[in-house]
Design a protein around this ligand. Structure first.
Ligand code: CO
Length: 192
């Protein structure tokens, strides 16, 4: 398992709800936390490790020894209130940052890794991370939410990622769109 960068097609995949949690899925969650910590991230969505599963992991401290490890399965964001602008980055666009305006407070209904439903009212950084990660599950990147000026500003960096992706593909380290799509269907048949 590894983190895929923009413009990997799985980042544009709208994930279907997870219907079963097995020991393998729990292992996947553990691996996602480890990859997130290695990359110093606060959140990581399944799309970012090339999996079509409606889940993400969060630790606002990005440190297994500190902060809470949170797993969100089939999260639904509702009741957005207020707006707030803040800088965001993404482990699938390393080194790229931009100002994103989002609701300041939200409610989230989700399942834990043990299958328990929970509801939380969120604000601050956690509200932002949960919205950013839920976007991933719908195939949305934070760069889609930049202003037109913001999009123009990051265009050269986005093009650099696009060139790197094309190079990796040519050299066979990234499967074809068809092969990626075949794998996603296989995973969906197992979990969704
Ligand atoms: Co991200």
């Amino acid at each position: 398992m590894h983190i895929v960068n923009y413009p990997h097609p799985t980042l544009r995949h709208k994930s279907k709800a997870i219907r079963r949690v097995d020991a393998e899925l729990k292992k996947i969650v553990r691996q996602m936390f480890e990859l997130m910590y290695e990359a110093n991230g606060l959140g990581l969505a399944a799309n970012q490790v090339d999996l079509p599963l409606r889940m993400f992991v969060v630790n606002l401290e990005s440190d297994p020894a500190q902060g809470d490890e949170m797993v969100f399965i089939n999260p639904v964001v509702s009741m957005p209130k207020g707006t707030e602008e803040a800088e965001e980055g993404c482990l699938s666009l390393p080194g790229l940052y931009g100002q994103v305006t989002r609701p300041e407070r939200i409610n989230v209904t989700s399942y834990s890794i043990n299958g328990d439903e929970f509801v939380a009212e969120l604000d601050g950084l956690l509200a932002r991370v949960v919205q950013h990660e839920t976007d991933h599950l719908d195939g949305i990147l934070f760069t889609d939410r930049l202003t037109e000026t913001g999009k123009l500003q990051v265009r050269p960096e986005m093009e650099k990622f696009e060139r790197e992706f094309a190079y990796d593909r040519e050299h066979g380290t990234i499967p074809s769109d068809k092969e990626v799509a075949r794998r996603l269907v296989e995973m969906e048949q197992r979990y969704c």
